[in-house]
Design a protein around this ligand. Structure first.
Ligand SMILES: *[C@@H]1O[C@H](CO)[C@@H](O)[C@H](O)[C@H]1NC(C)=O
Ligand SMILES: *[C@@H]1O[C@H](CO)[C@@H](O)[C@H](O)[C@H]1NC(C)=O
Ligand SMILES: *[C@@H]1O[C@H](CO)[C@@H](O)[C@H](O)[C@H]1NC(C)=O
Ligand SMILES: *[C@@H]1O[C@H](CO)[C@@H](O)[C@H](O)[C@H]1NC(C)=O
Ligand SMILES: *[C@@H]1O[C@H](CO)[C@@H](O)[C@H](O)[C@H]1NC(C)=O
Ligand SMILES: *[C@@H]1O[C@H](CO)[C@@H](O)[C@H](O)[C@H]1NC(C)=O
Ligand SMILES: *[C@@H]1O[C@H](CO)[C@@H](O)[C@H](O)[C@H]1NC(C)=O
Ligand SMILES: *[C@@H]1O[C@H](CO)[C@@H](O)[C@H](O)[C@H]1NC(C)=O
Ligand SMILES: *[C@@H]1O[C@H](CO)[C@@H](O)[C@H](O)[C@H]1NC(C)=O
Ligand SMILES: *[C@@H]1O[C@H](CO)[C@@H](O)[C@H](O)[C@H]1NC(C)=O
Length: 624
C-alpha cells in the first residue's frame, strides 16, 4: 500500500510537472493527506502572507473546490532563508511536499507543509495580501454541529460515543467535507490567511495566553453570556461546537490580551494552522478588545424559606479547599450571598486538616469548621451550618496528592437531622437501604458510602450518602458524588475518533453502582425522596455514562425546564459544559422543582479572579 501510494504520488508529480508547474492547491489536495506527499516540487509559486520564527506561509491561486486550501506552510529554521522573503513577495521555490506531526504527539493530525525550501526567487514585492474573510460577509462559514465523519461512523452519540477511538482520521484519509464537519472545514483552510470578523471569546485564556473564539457567522448552543454550550443538535446527536477556533500567539511577538467569557474583539487576521491538537488562527498581531461583559454577577433567586417541605440545595466543587486556603472567604461569600445559604450544601474537594501535605492526616473537621465559620461571617449570620463527612483511607481516593479530597454536607440542623438509629459508616463500610423498626426506609450506616470497595471506586471519591428527617417526620436521602476526572483524554480535534474521553469507562461503572443503590432504595419505597448530585465530571450528552439512571432519576435541569443552552457549570476549551448535576426521584419531580447555575466563577473578569473552576448551583425541591 505504502509503496503504491508513493509511486502514485511520484507519477502524478512527474506528469504534472511535464505539463505545468505544481501549485499550492496541487499539494494541498482535497483529502487529509497531500497527494504529493514525499515529492520534490519545483517552481512552486505564491505570495508570502505571513512569517514566523520557523517558516512562512504562501498563498497560491485559489481553485473553485472549497475542499482545497490555497495556503501552504513553508517550514525552515534557516535565518538566511527567512531573511530572504518578505510579506507581499511573489516568489517561486522548490522543496519537498510533506506531512508532519511530532512523534511525541501521535494523536495530532498531520500538517501539510513544504520542507527543505530552496531556489527561492523573488519575482516581485509589495503585492497586496488579501485574507479570506470568513462568515456571512465572506464566502465561507464553519459548520455548527459535527467535528468529523469518523464520529458519525461511531454511532448516534457521535463525538461522545463510547467506546472511543474506533478509527483514525489520517488512516482513513477521506476527502474533506467542509460544509458538514468542522475539522474538515478548518483543514480546508490550513495554511491560509483568513479574517475572523467580530470575534467573541468563549473561555478564559489558557496557560499560554491562547483563547477560543467564534466569529460573525452562524453559531448554535449560544448562552446568555455569549459562550457556546454543549447541547444536542437537531438530529439528536451531541453538538461539538466546531464553529470555533483557538487564537494562538501573535506572529509579531506581541501578547494576547487577558480574556474572559463573552469578551469581544476587533477583527482578527491570521493564518490557520494545526498545532498542539487543535486548529488555530495565529494572529498577525495581538487582538484588540472591543467590549467586556458586565462584572456584576446576579445571585440566585431561589432562597430558603421556613416551609419544612421545601428544601433548598446547594452544590459546589470548592476546588482543593484546605483549612487555610486563600479562596475560602470567596467561596464562603458565594455560599452566603450568591447561593443564599441553602438548607443543605453538597460540597466536593474538601481536603483534610493538613491540606495537601501527605502526612497520614485524613480527617477534615478543621477545614469544615473553618468553612462554616467563614460562611456565617460572610452572611452576618447568628447561626452556623452543621457539617458531616466520612474521612477516606489515606491517599486512596485520588485528587491532589496528600489532600485526601472528599465530599461533605453543610446543613441547617434546625430544619432536619440525620435519621437516628444507624451507626455512622467508616471509609470501607458499604451502606444499604433497609426498612427500620418503625417501618420506614433508612440506611444500614448513616451517613455511609456506596460500595466503597468496588473496583469502580479505585483511586476515586466514594459517594457520601445520608438519610434525613424533618421535625415532622418527612424523610429524604442524599447522595453526594465526585466521579473520576477526565484525565488522559485526547484532543477533541485529534486523530482518534471519537476522541478519548479520559476515565469514561470508570465513570460508567461508578454510575452503575450508584444506580444499583438507588434501585434498591426505590424497591423498598417507590415514593422515596432521593437526591443524587455533585461533580460528575461528565455532561449528560455523554449518554453512556448516565444511562444507568434511566427510569430511576431525572436531572433537575430537565425536570425544571432550564433552557438547554443555560445548562453549564464549567468552561473547557471551546465548550460551556455541565459537569455538576442534581438528579432526583420521581416523587420529587411530581411536586415541581427549580434549579439555577450561579456563574460566580465562570463569569469572573479574569481566570485568576475565580475561586473555583466550577460554578455552584442552587435547587429547590419539595419533599412533602
Ligand atoms: C522553472 O521555470 C522556469 C521558467 O518557467 C523554467 O525555465 C525552469 O526549467 C523551471 N525549472 C524547473 C526545475 O522546473
Ligand atoms: C506571481 O508571479 C507569477 C509568475 O510571474 C504569476 O503567474 C502570478 O500571477 C503572480 N501572482 C500574483 C498574485 O501576482
Ligand atoms: C535549484 O535550481 C538549480 C538550477 O536551476 C537546479 O539545478 C536544482 O535542481 C534546483 N534545486 C531544487 C531543490 O529544486
Ligand atoms: C516595498 O514597500 C516598502 C515600504 O513601503 C519600500 O520601502 C520598499 O522599497 C518597497 N519595495 C519594493 C521592491 O518596491
Ligand atoms: C487509538 O487507537 C490506535 C490504534 O488503533 C492507537 O495506536 C492510538 O494510540 C489510540 N489513540 C489514543 C489517543 O488512545
Ligand atoms: C499515608 O500517610 C503516610 C504518612 O503517615 C504517608 O507517608 C504515606 O505515603 C501515605 N500513603 C499511603 C498510600 O499509605
Ligand atoms: C476534630 O476531631 C478531633 C477528633 O475527634 C477532635 O479532637 C478535634 O477537636 C476536632 N477539631 C475540630 C476543629 O473540630
Ligand atoms: C454584614 O455586615 C457588614 C457590616 O455591618 C455589612 O457591611 C455587610 O453588608 C453585611 N453583609 C450581609 C450579607 O448582610
Ligand atoms: C436555619 O434555618 C433557620 C430557620 O429557617 C434560620 O433562622 C437560620 O438562619 C438557618 N441557619 C443557617 C445557618 O442558615
Ligand atoms: C487503581 O488505580 C491506581 C491509580 O490509577 C492504579 O495504579 C491501580 O492499578 C488501580 N488498581 C486496580 C485494582 O484497578
Amino acid at each position: 500500500m505504502m509503496h503504491w501510494g508513493l509511486a502514485k504520488g511520484a507519477v502524478f508529480a512527474a506528469l504534472l510537472q511535464l505539463v505545468r508547474a505544481v501549485t499550492v492547491t496541487d499539494i494541498q489536495g482535497a483529502s487529509w493527506l497531500s497527494p504529493l506527499k514525499g515529492q520534490t516540487v519545483h517552481n512552486l509559486s505564491g505570495i508570502v502572507t505571513a512569517k514566523s520564527t520557523s517558516g512562512f506561509w504562501i498563498q497560491g491561486e485559489p481553485v473553485a473546490d472549497v475542499r482545497v486550501s490555497n495556503g501552504l506552510s513553508i517550514f525552515t529554521s534557516s535565518k538566511t532563508i527567512l531573511a530572504s522573503v518578505n510579506v507581499g513577495d511573489n516568489i517561486t521555490l522548490s522543496g519537498v511536499a510533506s506531512e508532519f506531526r511530532s512523534s511525541s504527539s501521535p494523536n495530532n493530525l498531520f500538517i501539510t507543509e513544504l520542507q527543505s525550501p530552496a531556489n527561492i526567487t523573488v519575482l516581485s514585492s509589495n503585492n497586496t495580501v488579501i485574507p479570506l474573510v470568513l462568515g456571512p460577509s465572506g464566502t465561507r462559514s464553519p459548520p455548527t454541529q459535527k467535528l468529523s465523519a469518523r464520529d458519525d461512523a461511531a454511532g448516534a452519540d457521535g463525538w461522545l460515543a463510547v467506546p472511543n477511538n474506533q478509527s483514525l482520521v489520517e488512516v482513513v484519509d477521506a476527502t474533506l467535507q467542509p460544509d458538514v464537519y468542522g475539522m474538515d472545514f478548518w483543514s480546508s483552510l490550513e495554511g491560509q490567511l483568513v479574517t475572523v470578523k467580530s470575534p467573541v471569546a468563549i473561555d478564559f485564556e489558557n496557560d499560554f495566553g491562547e483563547f477560543w473564539v467564534y466569529g460573525d457567522w452562524e453559531v448554535t448552543g449560544k448562552n446568555s453570556r455569549g459562550g457556546l454550550s454543549i447541547t444536542f443538535g437537531p438530529d439528536g446527536a451531541p453538538d461539538a461546537n466546531p464553529e470555533t477556533v483557538i487564537v494562538g500567539s501573535p506572529l509579531d511577538g506581541t501578547d494576547n490580551p487577558s480574556v474572559s467569557l463573552g469578551k469581544t474583539f476587533e477583527d482578527i487576521t491570521g493564518v490557520i494552522v494545526y498545532q498542539f491538537g487543535f486548529y488555530y488562527i495565529l494572529p498577525l498581531t495581538a487582538p484588540v478588545v472591543a467590549s467586556t461583559p458586565s462584572s456584576v454577577i446576579p445571585p440566585a433567586t431561589i432562597k430558603p424559606t421556613d416551609d419544612e417541605c421545601t428544601l433548598v440545595i446547594g452544590d459546589y466543587n470548592v476546588e482543593n479547599m484546605a483549612p487555610t486556603s486563600s479562596h475560602m472567604s470567596t467561596v464562603a461569600n458565594h455560599i452566603a450571598n450568591f447561593l443564599n445559604t441553602p438548607d443543605i450544601m453538597f460540597v466536593q474537594e474538601i481536603q483534610d486538616n493538613s491540606g495537601a501535605t501527605d502526612n497520614g492526616v485524613v480527617i477534615a473537621n478543621l477545614t469544615l469548621t473553618n468553612l462554616v465559620t467563614a460562611v456565617a461571617n460572610a452572611g452576618n449570620a447568628s447561626s452556623t451550618y452543621s457539617f458531616l463527612e466520612i474521612a477516606p483511607e489515606n491517599d486512596t481516593d485520588g485528587g491532589q496528592p496528600g489532600g485526601n479530597i472528599r465530599q461533605a454536607y453543610l446543613f441547617n440542623s434546625t430544619k432536619f437531622a440525620l435519621v437516628p438509629g444507624s451507626p455512622a459508616g467508616g471509609a470501607l463500610d458499604a451502606t444499604e437501604p433497609i426498612v427500620g423498626t418503625d417501618g420506614k426506609v433508612t440506611l444500614t450506616f448513616n451517613p455511609g458510602r456506596i460500595d466503597p470497595t468496588n473496583a469502580a471506586w479505585n483511586a476515586s471519591r466514594k459517594p457520601l450518602v445520608a438519610a434525613w428527617e424533618t421535625p415532622s417526620g418527612a424523610r429524604f436521602f442524599t447522595v453526594n458524588l465526585h466521579l473520576t476526572a477526565k484525565l488522559d483524554g485526547s484532543s477533541t480535534q485529534g486523530d482518534a475518533r471519537p476522541p478519548v474521553n479520559g476515565g469514561v469507562d470508570q465513570r460508567i461503572a461508578q454510575v452503575e453502582t450508584v444506580a444499583a443503590f438507588v434501585q434498591d432504595l426505590l424497591a423498598l419505597d417507590p415514593d422515596a425522596n432521593v437526591i443524587v448530585g455533585g461533580d460528575c465530571n461528565e455532561y449528560v450528552q455523554t449518554r453512556a455514562v448516565f444511562a444507568p439512571f434511566a427510569g430511576l432519576l431525572t436531572e433537575l435541569d430537565e425536570a425544571s425546564g432550564v433552557p438547554d443552552v443555560e445548562r453549564y457549570t464549567y468552561l473547557f476549551d471551546q465548550n460551556s459544559q455541565q459537569l455538576d448535576h442534581l438528579f432526583v426521584s420521581s416523587a420529587i419531580v411530581e411536586r415541581g422543582t427549580g434549579v439555577e447555575h450561579v456563574h460566580v466563577n465562570n463569569w469572573a473578569a479574569s481566570v485568576d479572579a475565580r475561586a473555583s473552576d466550577h460554578d455552584p448551583s442552587v435547587a429547590e425541591v419539595k419533599i412533602c
